[in-house]
Design a protein around this ligand. Structure first.
Ligand code: TLP
Length: 342
């Protein structure tokens, strides 16, 4: 029986076409810049996002950490949304690696309020650290895959320009955002100085993210990637899958969004389940099951019997994520299983 894995879009596996491309990939030592497949991926990624240069990195976490390290000096302060992945889920890396401190702000659906950001920027004072970076996340994971409006990004970018503070975008799922907004990804990317996006997750590559920005930024970032042990050798074998992720898998995300919406609509009809159906914009659904009289961990255990995997939780709040390996029939099956549980 098929396993329906709703834990994350990180669980996606490389497609048949990716595996074939990986087999055939031309490779070389990328620390010497000798790997043609990586060079091709980086060229395509920079072009697609409208930036000068790109850097292939092993993970989204490394891409974000390299970005923070490259934009900042030790002892400075960076502004982040309080539930951002960089702040919550990267093992405190900004403190350990870049040696910066975080100024977190409460967002609305993941979006920072531009006035709050302006107020948070440090003035010159002998007591204060310098504010050296503003980070945003689009789509916003913990806000339930919410898309940050382009107008909001634009106003924060302009604020950054006014204060000479760069903007880093954690765009792990930026193609989900561009799909939802039905705009070219450049429309979003233009309002950030650096962007990290993931080729794994919804785009199905087995490994890898790409950091994009100016030539100067990427040259520095390349050295910082080496510092973190991320200088890879014949990694064209991975970039080959990444090229398919970028060229082809970015075009099919609407399907995942429709499946998420259908799942959300079905779940909302089940007694004891609460969620904001209207708020489901992309491939992530946040659900409160506490009204079923169980917590997320108990639900996860029960769903295993139906071959459905979800991440549990101590309270009733769970996250369900759709992706290329979840189809319409799977959604029906998940809804049936929830009803059986009731
Ligand atoms: N997110 C994972 C977990 O780490 C939570 C997931 O299952 O969603 N930025 C964002 C917005 C992310 O959601 C993630 C991964 C990353 C960065 C890090 O990417 P990886 O896992 O490649 O280091």
């Amino acid at each position: 029986m098929k396993l329906i894995d709703l834990r994350s879009d990180t669980v996606t596996k490389p497609t048949e076409k990716m595996r074939k491309a990986m087999y055939k990939a031309e490779v070389g030592d990328d620390v010497y810049r000798d790997d043609p497949t990586i060079i091709e991926l980086e060229y395509k990624a920079a072009k697609k996002l409208g930036k000068e240069a790109a850097l292939f990195v092993p993970s989204g976490t490394m891409g974000n950490q390299v970005a923070v390290l490259t934009h900042t000096q030790r002892g400075e302060e960076i502004i982040l949304e309080e539930n951002s992945h960089i702040f919550i889920n990267e093992v405190g890396g900004i403190a350990i690696l870049a040696g910066v401190q975080a100024k977190t702000l409460k967002g609305v659906s993941g979006a920072l309020n531009v006035n709050d950001v302006e107020n948070a920027i440090r003035e010159e004072d002998i007591h204060y650290p310098k504010t050296s970076l503003i980070c945003i996340e689009n789509t916003h994971n913990k806000a339930g895959g919410k898309v940050i409006p382009i107008e909001n990004m634009k106003s924060i970018y302009e604020l950054g320009k006014k204060h000479s503070i760069p903007i880093h975008l954690d765009g792990a799922r930026i193609f989900n955002a561009s799909t939802y907004l039905n705009v070219d990804v450049k429309e979003i990317a233009q309002f950030a100085d650096s962007i990290n996006f993931c080729l794994s997750k919804g785009l199905c590559a087995p490994i890898g993210s790409v950091l994009v920005g100016s030539n100067e930024f990427i040259n520095k970032a390349r050295k910082n990637r080496k510092l973190l042990g991320g200088g890879m050798r014949q990694a064209g074998i991975l970039a080959a899958a990444g090229i398919i992720a970028l060229d082809e898998m970015t075009l099919r995300l609407q399907e995942d969004h429709e499946n998420a919406k259908n799942l959300a609509e079905g779940l909302a009809e089940i007694p004891g389940i609460h969620l904001d159906v209207e708020g489901v914009q992309t491939n992530i659904i946040m659900v409160d099951v506490s009204g079923m009289g169980i917590n997320g961990n108990q639900l996860a255990d029960s769903l295993k019997k139906y071959n459905i995997l979800i991440n549990g939780s101590k309270d009733g709040n769970i996250r369900l994520v759709t992706h290329a390996y979840i189809n319409k029939d799977d959604i029906d099956k998940v809804l049936k299983s929830f009803k059986n549980l009731i």
